[in-house]
Ligand binder design. Structure first.
Ligand SMILES: O=C(O)CCC(=O)C(=O)O
Length: 259
C-alpha cells in the first residue's frame, strides 16, 4: 500500500515512482513475451499493432491494425490483457490497492499497451493529456501505471512531464495533444522533468499530467508497458459497451484469457 506521504506527493506532482513491482522472473517473462508477440511466435488474433513512423514524427505514425510481420519495430501494441503474463502484472495487488482508493472495488482498463522506441528510432510523442472527448468515455480515467521494460533514459526517449500540471484539468474538451500555445505556456523546458527509470520500475501517473517523450538515440530499444485504470462502470459513449474489468466483479482471469 502507499503511505499517506506517498499519496500526498502523488497529489502534488501528479506522478509517483512505485519502485520495482514485478520480481525478476516475472519481468523476464514480460520482456521475452513482448519479443515473442512482435515476432509472431505468440499470436493473439485481435491484438492491435502499430508500426513506428519512418520519420520519427508523430504526424507520420501509420494507422494500426493486425500483426503485420515479424519485426521489433512496432511502436504500440494494445490489448495485452489477453496475455496471461501481462494480465498477471496488471492485476498486481499493489495496483489493486492503489486503484481501489480512487475507484472502489470494480476497476476496468481502457488499455494495456506496449510503448516502444526501437533502437535508433522512435517517434516523438508530443505533450498530451490522457483523457477528453477523443477517448469517447462517459467519465474520465484518472490513473495510469507506466512500467519500464528496460532502462529509460534521456538518451533513449524517456518520458518528460510537467510536475503539478494535472491540477490544470484537461486543457481542451477534446483532449490528448495540447496546442502549441498551451505547450509554450504550460510546458516550457524549464518546468519539465525527465522521468528516467530503471528496468522494472513502475510510475503512477495522473492522466491529466502533461507528458511527452522523444526519440531513441541509442542502440538499445526503449520499451515500456502502460496500463490505464478506470472506474469499472465506465462506458463508451459511442457504442455503450463497458471495458475489461481487472479488479472486482467479473474481473478477467489469466486462465480465461491465455491464448
Ligand atoms: O511511453 C511513452 O513514451 C509515453 C507513454 C504514455 O504517453 C502513456 O503511458 O500514457
Amino acid at each position: 500500500m502507499l503511505t499517506d506521504a506517498q499519496w500526498k506527493l502523488y497529489d502534488e506532482q501528479g506522478y509517483l515512482f512505485l519502485g520495482k513491482v514485478a520480481d525478476a522472473v516475472h519481468l523476464q517473462k514480460l520482456q521475452d513475451r513482448i519479443d515473442d508477440i512482435m515476432l509472431g511466435k505468440v499470436r493473439y488474433p485481435s491484438m492491435y499493432f502499430q508500426l513506428d513512423s519512418a520519420t520519427g514524427e508523430y504526424k507520420d505514425v501509420p494507422g494500426g491494425g493486425e500483426w503485420s510481420g515479424a519485426t521489433l519495430d512496432y511502436r504500440k501494441i494494445e490489448l495485452l490483457e489477453m496475455d496471461p503474463y501481462f494480465l498477471e502484472y496488471i492485476q498486481n495487488p499493489l495496483f489493486r490497492a492503489i486503484t481501489s482508493k480512487v475507484y472502489g472495488e470494480n476497476v476496468a482498463i481502457y488499455r494495456a499497451m506496449f510503448m516502444n522506441k526501437p533502437a535508433h528510432k522512435g517517434t516523438v510523442l508530443p505533450y498530451h493529456q490522457d483523457g477528453g472527448g477523443i477517448w469517447g468515455l462517459d467519465r474520465n480515467p484518472l490513473m495510469t501505471v507506466w512500467t519500464a521494460l528496460n532502462d529509460a533514459t534521456r538518451e533513449n526517449g524517456c518520458m518528460q512531464v510537467v510536475p503539478g500540471s494535472h491540477k490544470l484539468g484537461l486543457l481542451s474538451e477534446y483532449g490528448h495533444v495540447i496546442s502549441q500555445e498551451h505547450e509554450q505556456h504550460y510546458a516550457p523546458e524549464e518546468k519539465s522533468v525527465y522521468l528516467e527509470a530503471k528496468c522494472g520500475e513502475a510510475i503512477l501517473l495522473h492522466n491529466w499530467l502533461l507528458h511527452r517523450s522523444g526519440v531513441n538515440h541509442t542502440s538499445e530499444p526503449r520499451r515500456a508497458f502502460t496500463v490505464c485504470y478506470m472506474d469499472g462502470e465506465t462506458r463508451s459513449v459511442r457504442e455503450g459497451h463497458q471495458f475489461p474489468r481487472v479488479f472486482g466483479e467479473g474481473a478477467l482471469s489469466a486462465g480465461a484469457t491465455a491464448g
